[in-house]
Design a protein. Structure first.
Length: 279
């Protein structure tokens, strides 16, 4: 290990609090941002801890590459998780890291000026390469972790949406209702075709009421998917009853040549359920 690298490393550690104070002083007011100058004191405490970690991680590159890599992995996960949890846009994080780099270099320059007689131009060039490369690696690793976390969150949210968008609600033994609300695009129709037969089989449903009264628009592809759903349910021994078909949906079905004559249809879900009680 280079002795001068060690001296710079020790200098950064000794000035850790000052570096963080200087960085925090660069903040301005940003409404709703974790980096705002008037943010909750709890956020300032968090930023202090993480900035200390940042400076320690970058400095590790001066003395030991393996230590730097281990710290970088932990740092990226820690910071990415906290920024995702606080719903901080990635551009704000990158801007803050730019200020961190600037502040870090300010103290490196102070060290150089205080040790002019010992520090050479080669030392400065070498430190420039090591430190800037370390910051670049941190930014790349953070972006990777941030992307992974936000993607996983979106996937989980979409799974929840899909689950809520395909509710098979039991109303009595072997009878359930599928109330569809909102727009049904091709993707949602595909999910319905995949998930509803599974849910009916799992819940031992023999008669499913599909209510479309909350659906304003259904295109030709979706109408075909709904017809395919009733066909799939029939193959599983599940009887389908459709209620709430709008004139537009009925017209689309006719134009497609879809034959719903084998399926009971009603104007409202109430009529359909009442009719079943009579039968």
């Amino acid at each position: 290990m280079n002795a001068k690298n060690r001296l710079l490393y020790d200098y950064i550690q000794e000035n850790s609090i000052n570096i963080t104070d200087t960085w925090l002083s660069l903040r301005d007011k940003q409404k709703g941002s974790i980096y705002s100058a008037d943010a909750d004191p709890a956020y300032e405490k968090l930023l202090r801890e993480q900035n200390t970690f940042t400076n320690r991680t970058v400095s590790a590159a001066l003395i030991d590459e393996e230590t730097f890599k281990r710290n970088m992995e932990e740092w990226a996960i820690t910071v990415a998780e906290s920024r995702v949890d606080s719903n901080t846009p990635i551009f704000q994080v990158l801007e803050a890291l730019s200020n961190v780099r600037e502040t870090y270099w300010h103290f490196v320059e102070k060290f150089i000026n205080e040790n002019k007689s010992e520090v050479t131009a080669d030392d400065v060039l070498k430190w420039s390469t090591i430190i800037n490369k370390a910051f670049d690696k941190l930014i790349n690793k953070f972006s990777e972790k941030y992307y992974e976390l936000t993607t996983n969150r979106l996937v989980a949210q979409q799974s929840l949406i899909n689950e809520l968008g395909t509710p098979v609600i039991p109303v009595k033994d072997h009878t359930a209702v599928l109330p569809l609300i909102g727009n049904i695009d091709t993707e949602r129709a595909r999910i319905l075709l995949e998930e509803i037969p599974k849910k009916c089989a799992k819940a031992d449903v023999e008669h499913l009421f599909i209510d479309l009264s909350g659906v304003a628009i259904i295109d030709t592809m979706v109408a075909h998917q709904i017809f395919s759903l009733t066909t799939a349910l029939k193959l599983l021994g599940v009887k389908s009853t459709i209620s709430g078909i709008s004139p537009e949906v009925a017209q689309t079905s006719i134009q497609l040549g879809l034959d719903f004559t084998g399926i009971n249809t009603y104007g409202t879900l109430k009529q359909a359920l009442n009719r079943q009680d009579i039968e």
